[in-house]
Design a protein around this ligand. Structure first.
Ligand code: C2E
Ligand code: SIN
Ligand code: SIN
Ligand code: SIN
Ligand code: FE
Ligand code: FE
Length: 412
């Protein structure tokens, strides 16, 4: 038992060392900026490979940027390009070759790819010359594409990219590939942590983890859109919340099977042990080095707090598990966090988690029908749940039902 715990802890710690998603975003942005300056390119984009498609990840465009008020960010929609020889970036990802094109609107008949002008039409920007590089790891695997657009001469006229510049861009492409590979490794490790939590608790299925995290992300997005929160901010928060919510119960890996798998109601002592899964999970992320660590810390620690202050673990130091100074009741127990003292991500995952627990079977209970679940949740307005967040939940019920059907339990 002890050894098993230790092993989990070790693998989990390895995971946390490499979680730096946000830093990688910043790094990729810098790489693109440098590559553009070196070639005097007006615009550029980075695409990341995901399965068999290229995901458009970043773009910079000086001409379009100059038309915006100062400080305003360029709005662009994320889109996917299939990895095949039909498009410029698809060809580069597929073949691993560099393309240096003088003018995308006058491609010869001897090339398999064509230029899709729909992006230009949408943005009102005219693409001319393109220098497109595969982002290859040291093992030669293509993980993305770096595309530079419209080289300018000193007179600010559009010209072709210089062949002499290609080796320098190769250097940036290699750095970008390493950063992307690291980010993908991080993702893999987090997914492995989630898998371990599932193995530990047979009820903690992939379906459950997917449902709770998908509900949470939808709740956050609806809540944030209603508050006019910046689109880029929402996208970033979605990503970290998704992973963090998947790990909300990761602390259960440290709870004994006798309690975790008990096919009946827990007695008081057992329940007290079970409650430890909140801060035991939070300890894994207590260094809070990245945005992901911070989100996972908040979610693991706070997903069982209640709006009325009767939840757990309350105002504690998650390392010592002692109540914080001034936050204990006469019996010496920590006082629960109340209302907005509970971090947003905690309030969100509380609703997602209870909704899913009530609507699915557990070793100690049957699944409830939807009406009973919704009635129970509504009765907890202002007691267990943040009333405003509960309104958000009811307002997106169709989306919630969709997710439920998308990830059914195996046994059903
Ligand atoms: P869980 O099963 O995922 O439940 C998450 C939360 O959903 C629970 O947090 C509780 O707020 C709500 N919930 C779940 N089932 C019911 C229910 O039948 N009625 C009502 N009103 N609410 C429900 P809670 O209670 O803090 O429990 C945390 C975790 O402790 C649970 O996660 C589960 O893993 C475990 N647990 C709780 N009670 C029992 C039990 O009686 N037997 C066993 N074996 N495990 C239990
Ligand atoms: C690209 O492939 O990089 C942009 C779209 C296209 O050229 O077809
Ligand atoms: C479980 O299946 O043990 C519960 C996971 C959750 O908290 O919803
Ligand atoms: C409870 O666990 O006390 C009630 C569950 C709920 O808040 O819906
Ligand atoms: Fe929990
Ligand atoms: Fe849960």
């Amino acid at each position: 038992m002890i050894d098993e715990k230790k092993k989990f802890q070790e693998v989990l710690n390895v995971g946390l060392e490499v979680v730096q998603t946000r830093d990688i975003d910043i790094l990729l942005e810098r790489i693109l900026t440098k590559a553009r300056h070196l070639t005097n390119a007006d615009a550029g984009s980075i695409y990341i490979k995901e399965d068999n498609t290229l995901l458009f990840r970043y773009t910079q465009n000086d001409t379009l940027q100059k038309k915006l008020p100062p400080g305003k960010k360029l709005i662009y929609s994320t889109f996917k390009i299939p990895i095949n020889n039909h498009s410029i970036s698809g060809y580069v990802a597929n073949t691993g070759k560099v393309l240096n094109i003088k003018d995308v609107y006058s491609l010869g008949n001897d090339v398999p790819f064509s230029f899709d002008p729909s992006y230009d039409k949408l943005s009102g920007y005219k693409t001319g010359s393109v220098l497109c590089f595969p982002l290859k790891t040291h093992t030669g695997e293509v993980v993305g594409v770096l595309q530079l657009i419209n080289a300018k001469n000193p007179g600010d006229e559009n010209v072709a990219f210089l062949t002499e510049d290609e080796p320098f861009i190769m250097h940036f492409a290699n750095n970008a590939a390493i950063a992307i590979e690291r980010a993908m490794m991080t993702r893999d490790i987090i997914l492995r942590m989630i898998k371990m939590a599932e193995l530990r608790d047979p009820m903690e299925t992939g379906a459950h983890v997917n449902r709770v995290s998908s509900y949470a992300v939808e709740l956050y997005e609806a809540w944030a859109l209603a508050r006019s929160i910046d689109r880029t901010q929402i996208e970033q928060d979605r990503d970290v919340l998704k992973m963090a919510a998947m790990l909300h119960d990761v602390g259960k890996v440290a709870i004994t099977d006798l309690i975790l798998k008990k096919p009946a109601k827990l007695d008081n002592n057992e329940y007290e042990v079970m409650k430890q899964h909140t801060y035991l999970g939070a300890r894994l992320f207590s260094n809070q080095r990245s945005d992901f660590d911070k989100a996972a810390f908040l979610v693991t620690l706070n997903h069982h707090e209640r709006w009325d202050g009767n939840g757990y673990p309350g105002h504690i130091d998650c390392i010592s598990a002692e109540p914080l100074t001034g936050f204990y009741d006469p019996s010496g127990r920590a006082i629960g966090k109340r209302q907005e003292e509970i971090p947003l991500f905690g309030r969100i995952v509380a609703i997602a988690d209870v909704f899913d627990a009530l609507s699915s079977g557990r070793s100690y209970k049957e699944a409830w029908n939807e009406q009973r679940v919704l009635d129970t949740m509504d009765q907890e307005r202002g007691k267990h749940f943040d009333p405003e967040m509960l309104d958000t939940f009811f307002s997106i019920l169709d989306v919630i039902r969709n997710i439920m059907h998308q990830y059914p339990d195996m046994s059903e």
